[in-house]
Design a protein. Structure first.
Length: 236
């Protein structure tokens, strides 16, 4: 397997990340050699928090049922007795003006229903990831998105809004994406109000990393250029 330890170090150092990027892999069945998740999380993005904190584990579909929206974006059908929870959650969101019912069909979903999902810090991933999730301040996400653009793997779509978890199927379908996040995700992951997300398909993550150095150096030079230009204009 490729060197994900060095990859994580590169991203953290060159992008100035304060949170570890996490690797997510989808599988038909539980992978051997990976511990099963135990306990309960109120939402699938809660697993992101655990992975960013250093844990490696896999989840089963039923581990995601507490979040009907996340179960929907991850194509994990709720059991019949819990199916009303999805309509209830969407009904609440529509009723308070958070979204419109006609927006629901446009929410990205995984094509296939996974039997298991593996979460881990990028450096500790036991398997090649399907996606890598980054969280950080806007400047860090700016550099990452510019590196994805330079690598030719950025999605041709605008910054995504709610729900945050749809950024995963959106990235798998169209390339690297950025996301503003959503209020539920911010509660369950505890990311800061000044942080955003970016999601890069696992197959492209090394291509993006190869462009990070160039982009970071170019931005440093452009910062000098713009500061000098600003100072010159101010002194005229």
């Amino acid at each position: 397997m490729r060197d994900y330890v060095a990859l994580e170090r590169l991203f953290i150092e060159r992008l100035g990340l304060e949170r570890r990027p996490i690797a997510i892999a989808f599988h038909d069945k539980a992978p051997s050699g990976v511990a099963a998740f135990t306990g309960a999380e109120p939402a699938g993005c809660g697993f992101w928090r655990l992975a960013a904190g250093g844990q490696t584990f896999y989840t089963k579909p039923e581990d995601h049922y507490n979040c009907p929206i996340g179960s929907y974006t991850h194509n994990m059908p709720l059991p019949p007795e819990r199916q009303p929870e999805l309509d209830q959650a969407l009904g609440l969101m529509a009723g308070i003006g958070y979204l419109r019912w006609e927006e629901v069909p446009g929410i990205a979903r995984l094509k296939d229903s996974p039997g298991a999902v593996v979460y881990s810090p990028l450096a500790k991933t036991p398997l090649d990831p399907d996606v890598v999730v980054f969280a950080g301040r806007p400047k860090s996400m700016m550099l990452l998105q510019e590196a994805a653009l330079r690598a030719g793997v950025a999605a041709a779509q605008p910054l995504l809004a709610r729900p945050t978890c749809m950024a995963i199927p959106a990235a798998l379908a169209g390339g690297a994406v950025a996301s503003n996040g959503c209020i539920g995700n911010r509660v369950y992951t505890e990311i800061g109000d000044d942080e955003l997300y970016a999601v890069v398909p696992g197959k492209d993550v090394f291509r993006v990393a190869a462009e990070v150095e160039t982009i970071a150096a170019a931005n440093a030079k452009l910062a000098e250029y713009h500061r000098a230009r600003l100072e010159s204009l101010r002194s005229e």
